[in-house]
Design a protein around this ligand. Structure first.
Ligand code: ZN
Length: 136
């Protein structure tokens, strides 16, 4: 088994934002030279998440609107007594901070309408993204 670890950082610009990281992830898979295995895409943060979905402008706004609706800011959360980002912790907890994809024939396996995106819920910030490929 070969393990190939990489990471990169990106700066977000808004409180809520979706950042398409598909190209960076595919570059990492390619650089790993692993032909068959798994690719972990992981945001080591408590207030961000990773999703895979269609990169279409209307849908991106729909997702952000839904996030704001599900996890509204300042809705009387206990955590807001010591911080101002309980909504973002909730979004991260329920969406999950990582996703795993298949790697086959040296390529990331994803659907035509599955781009990989960082979900920022407490921006603007600098976020670290880990891409770890395991296989052979
Ligand atoms: Zn917090």
């Amino acid at each position: 088994l070969k393990v190939w670890f990489s990471d990169f950082s990106i700066s977000t610009r808004n409180r809520f934002e979706l950042v398409d990281i598909t190209r960076r992830v595919e570059e990492a898979v390619s650089a790993s030279k692993i032909r068959d295995g798994l690719c972990l895409v992981y945001a080591p943060h408590a207030t961000a998440a990773i999703i895979a979905n269609e990169h279409e402008a209307g849908l991106l706004n729909d997702i952000l609107a839904k996030l704001r609706g599900l996890f509204p800011e300042g809705a009387g959360y206990l955590h807001d007594r010591i911080d101002d980002n309980a909504h973002a912790h909730l979004a991260s907890a329920f969406l999950a901070s990582s996703r795993t994809f298949s790697v086959s024939w040296g390529r990331l396996v994803r659907g035509t309408w599955q781009n990989i995106m960082l979900v920022e819920a407490d921006g603007p910030r600098t976020r670290r993204i880990v891409v770890e490929v395991l296989g052979e």
